[in-house]
Design a protein around this ligand. Structure first.
Ligand code: CP
Length: 306
């Protein structure tokens, strides 16, 4: 694999499949009484999160500890970032202490690419602005493959705030590469111009997008990124685009419902759907640990790191 993981485009199709296959083996480690292997002993990994995170930060830290890496969490709220230090200066100061990898989340699209240019350490993009969230797409693909035993030929409907979603971008790149028939649906104000050029079907009618779907992936309304009037009201949004039992009935009988989290219950997804029999949302979270273990292991050199 390349030095860094910044985008799904950094991975060949064979490398994507290698990550998914390696994650199968990594999941087995998490089922042992002692959930630890010495693979990354002596490696130092810095988790640098400039934006809030529950799932990604925690699962990277658990993955690092299961592989015996030395981990360090930089809490931006208590760092010199608050005194005006730039991202590059922060990164160069961390570099001076010779970490092996930096896992970074940042509100600006392209921030991980900037770090990649100035750092010797390996950089893993844990979400950059509205751009990409590659490990989320990998864990989503792992979860889909686990349930459906394939990705090629599946109808995957991705519904919600398409415009602001880094999860959408990474999933579209990954799922189309693996042969899925990807449909996207959202209000016109949430639909990026020209998105069909990425090889997806676009429908403003959710019922068309979810008809006979094998997988429905709901996206969060990103209230923190809404600077303008994109939707008349959250109540109307739920009526038009919210995932309900009635809408699930249009999909395949064995459809799975996914959501990257955090969820806005009653906005993009009804509570009974989020907690219902079709939901694999907590499985996605569990699979995040195995997939991030696989990414860390492979970036560290795979078998050569053993
Ligand atoms: N899916 C995801 O990125 O969740 P967090 O923001 O909690 O990390």
């Amino acid at each position: 694999m390349k030095k860094d993981l910044l985008s799904i485009d950094d991975l060949t199709t064979d490398e994507i499949l290698l990550v998914l296959d390696t994650a199968e083996a990594m999941r087995e480690i998490g089922q042992r009484p002692i959930k630890k292997v010495p693979t990354l002993r002596g490696k130092t990994i810095v988790n640098l999160f400039y934006e809030p995170s529950t799932r990604t930060r925690t699962s990277f830290e658990i993955a690092e500890k299961r592989l015996s890496a030395d981990t360090l969490n930089i809490a931006v709220a208590t760092s010199s970032v608050l005194k005006g230090e730039t991202l590059v200066d922060t990164a160069m100061n961390l570099e001076a202490m010779a970490p092996d990898m930096i896992v970074m989340r940042h509100a600006s699209s392209g921030a991980a690419h900037l770090l990649s240019r100035v750092c010797r350490s390996r950089i893993i993009n844990a979400g950059d602005g509205m751009h990409e969230h590659p490990t989320q797409a990998l864990l989503d693909a792992f979860t889909i493959r686990e349930h459906k035993k394939r990705i090629d030929g599946l109808k995957v409907a991705i519904v919600g705030d398409l415009l602001h979603s880094r999860v959408l971008r990474s999933n579209v790149l990954l799922l189309t590469r693996l042969g899925a028939d990807v449909w996207v649906s959202g209000p016109p104000t949430f639909t990026p111009h020209g998105i069909e050029r990425f090889g997806v079907h676009v429908s403003p009618r959710i019922d068309q997008a979810v008809a006979d779907a094998d997988v429905i992936m709901m996206l969060r309304i990103q209230q923190e990124r809404l600077n303008g009037a994109f939707i008349p009201s959250l109540r109307e949004y739920f009526t038009t685009f919210g995932m309900t039992g009635d809408r699930i009935a249009r999909a395949k009988p064995d459809v799975i419902i996914m959501h990257p989290g955090p969820m806005n219950r009653g906005v993009e997804i009804a509570s009974d759907v989020a907690d219902g029999p079709y939901s694999v949302i907590l499985e996605q979270v569990a699979n995040g640990v195995a997939v991030r273990m696989a990414v860390l292991y492979l970036l560290a050199g795979g078998a050569e790191a053993d």
